[in-house]
Design a binder for this molecule. Structure first.
Ligand SMILES: [Zn+2]
Length: 431
């Protein structure tokens, strides 16, 4: 009897699951959303232990360029998740995962006894009816906790509807309609008005380097790429540890969290304004500098450099973080990220594992004879489980000896990273 009941229960849960999945797929975009985009600007405030979300401004912008078939993310990547519910039917109508710089700052020594505030923004499709927006944050066991929930009425007067920017945009690759393609906006940073030819040349070179790598090469037709010619007053970027300061379009700077090579931006309001008329699903800020560095934050933006020997690889590596949520497959830690991963739980990044729940990862891609963990010798060009990844030499494993998410020795995405990227591309271009 117990077994029968248990079995019935399982079927019932399965049935509910199937119904939920079906209802997600049955969503008709235009039942809930317009062609436009809602940019939600908010603050993250806190310290090492506390996170407070507070809403700042809402903007109505011309174009929602995201996919209109797959509205609810099923990957569950990212430290945070935003969910949008129809307020009358209580139905989940949109969801997406993402990361922020704030979560990385929370791991710095400074965050132990200091509060800081970071400005952020996120885009969702513009609603036709009142919606409830919920932000979740993961705890150290990766469980989602609700942090803020608020209603947005499409006709509320305080939604800002400023006239769109008129910055010149080069449509470098235009494969089709923005709703069916992945749209990448490359934003000029540290290029003066007289240097826009250089920007277009640099952005062209780097875009071509990205589309030389698999799987982007074979799936180039799934992308549009736009170059946004945002001029800066001065050339270059801030390099605080050399006391170099420049007035630039989105105020980028090196030395994030006291790490020389960590390049980032802090005032995302300006970035949002620059892009308010651009269809984009991914932002790449391209910085006019010879200095080595970069950064990539899942489903937020990546930032790369123009003129360094490794500029092409940095551009591709950081895009791997921002587009596919790929984790770093290298071992060496900076002070702020040495405890980035809890070794007692399986990280959400699909290309690294603690072996706590390897079934969820690339186990299905391993040869049956490959040992776990895998020695490097004899398995140099095979998928395995190699110790050393996620800023740790012990306890975290990567799928390949070399990958562009680890080093630039063999600058390709490994087969596991390629597989993850293909899944994300297909999900975001379904029609
Ligand atoms: Zn990889």
């Amino acid at each position: 009897m117990y077994q029968v009941q248990n079995c019935m229960k399982k079927y019932f849960i399965l049935l509910i699951h199937i119904l939920c999945v079906l209802s997600v797929f049955a969503l008709n975009y235009f039942d809930y959303f317009t062609d436009e985009r809602l940019r939600i600007e908010y603050y993250l405030t806190g310290n090492a232990k506390q996170t407070i979300f507070s809403i700042s401004k809402l903007y109505k912008e011309p174009i929602w360029s995201g996919n209109r078939k797959n509205l609810v993310d099923t990957f569950f990547y990212g430290h945070y998740r935003v969910e949008v519910f129809d307020s009358t039917e209580k139905k989940l109508i949109y969801a997406s995962g993402f990361c922020t710089l704030f979560q990385e700052w929370q791991l710095t020594p400074e965050a132990k006894d200091t509060y800081r505030t970071f400005l952020q923004f996120i885009n969702i499709p513009f609603p036709k009816k009142t919606i409830r927006v919920v932000f979740y944050e993961r705890d150290k066991n990766l469980k989602y906790n609700e942090r803020i929930s608020f209603y947005v009425r499409p006709n509320q007067p305080d939604i800002i509807k400023e006239s769109p920017n008129k910055l010149p945009i080069v449509k470098y690759i235009k494969q089709g309609n923005y709703s069916e393609k992945i749209d990448i906006a490359i934003v000029a940073e540290g290029y003066t008005a007289n240097q826009m030819n250089k920007f277009v040349n640099d952005a062209t070179r780097l875009t071509e380097a990205l589309f030389e790598k698999e799987p982007f090469k074979e799936m180039k037709s799934y992308f549009n790429v736009y170059f946004v010619q945002s001029p800066s007053q001065e050339e270059g970027t801030d390099i605080p540890h050399r006391n170099v300061w420049k007035k630039t379009a989105v105020e980028s700077r090196f030395y994030t969290f006291a790490t020389d090579r960590y390049l980032s931006i802090y005032d995302y309001n300006i970035l949002g304004q620059i892009l308010n008329n651009v269809p984009y699903d991914q932002i790449i800020v391209l910085v006019n500098t010879k200095t080595y560095g970069g950064g990539g934050i899942y489903n937020f933006y990546s930032i790369a450099i123009s003129d360094n020997l490794f500029a092409n690889y940095v551009f591709i590596h950081e895009f791997g973080h921002a587009f596919a949520g790929l984790g770093d497959e290298y071992e060496n830690a900076d002070e702020f990220n040495e405890n980035f991963y809890n070794l007692l739980v399986e990280p959400w990044e699909a290309n690294i594992t603690t072996l706590v729940d390897f079934n969820k990862k690339w186990k299905h891609m391993l040869d049956k004879t490959t040992p776990v963990p895998t020695p490097v010798k004899g398995y140099e060009n095979k998928i395995g489980v190699f110790e050393g990844a996620g800023y740790k030499s012990k306890g975290i494993y990567r799928p390949y000896v070399s990958c562009i998410m680890r080093d630039f020795q063999k600058p390709e995405f490994c087969p596991v990273c390629q597989n993850i990227i293909r899944q994300i591309i297909r999900f975001n271009t379904a029609n």
